[in-house]
Ligand binder design. Structure first.
Ligand SMILES: [Zn+2]
Length: 236
């Protein structure tokens, strides 16, 4: 497979959670950068041992989402306004892979429900197509092509130069595009998704994932913790 690359950025001082009150009296939770300072963040290739898409899907609490944003940056746009620019209401759409309108005409902040909706859509996709590998191939091909069309995934052909070698890569336009490509790369590698018997997090198994195809635990840490819990139960 041609390497998929992402040239992205994250906010140096991270994000903070804030309530934003709309003119209709309803409040939405938003994540906003603490400052305008940013650091460049380069992903040279997809890593199926620890894909970013599963970091997002495995988020549970608001704090988990903020940690995700601090580490990997925003999903769609590099430049996000800080709150003093929000005028009027925030508009957004939920429930699909369409590019979300995560701000009104004026503001581009991250609405937490939009981020959560993205995570749930991606989790649904993974459970529908990657779980236990029982889905038939014709269905998968149709499903993935529809997904990539619908999500308007953009990757650009690109040459990179490193250590006096040239390499051909496909550069993803956004982190969201990169994550959809991670899902497709998992399919190409014939990986299977499952959830850890100890911590319940979703992880991939099979070649290129760093785990045996019938692994029950996401990590050695969970395998050991589960064994300890079993032993403690026996002794108790
Ligand atoms: Zn685990």
């Amino acid at each position: 497979m041609i390497p998929i690359r992402l040239n992205w950025q994250r906010h140096t001082d991270g994000f903070q959670l804030r309530d934003f009150r709309q003119s209709n009296g309803l409040t939405v939770k938003i994540a906003e950068p603490r400052s305008r300072r940013t650091d460049a963040l380069l992903h040279e290739a997809i890593n199926l041992e620890d894909p970013i898409v599963l970091r997002l899907v495995n988020c549970e609490t608001d704090a988990d989402y903020i940690t995700f944003l601090n580490r990997f940056g925003a999903l769609e746009q590099k430049d996000i306004s800080t709150s003093d620019e929000i005028i009027g209401d925030l508009e957004y759409t939920l429930g699909s892979f369409d590019k979300p309108r995560s701000g009104g005409a004026v503001a581009n902040v991250i609405i937490l429900n939009v981020l959560r909706d993205r995570a749930l859509s991606l989790e649904g996709l993974i459970k529908e197509t990657l779980w236990t590998g029982r889905v038939d191939t014709a269905y998968r091909v149709r499903f993935l092509n529809e997904l990539m069309d619908h999500a308007e995934v953009v990757v650009h052909p690109h040459f990179v130069h490193a250590a006096d070698k040239m390499r051909f890569v496909l550069q993803a336009a956004t982190l969201f595009d990169f994550m959809v490509m991670e899902v497709t790369a998992a399919h190409e590698a014939e990986a299977v998704a499952t959830s850890c018997e100890h911590c319940r997090r979703i992880f991939l198994t099979g070649s290129l994932t760093g785990r045996r195809s019938h692994a029950k635990y996401c990590s050695d840490r969970c395998r050991v913790a589960a064994m300890r819990a079993r032993n403690a139960a026996k002794e108790g």
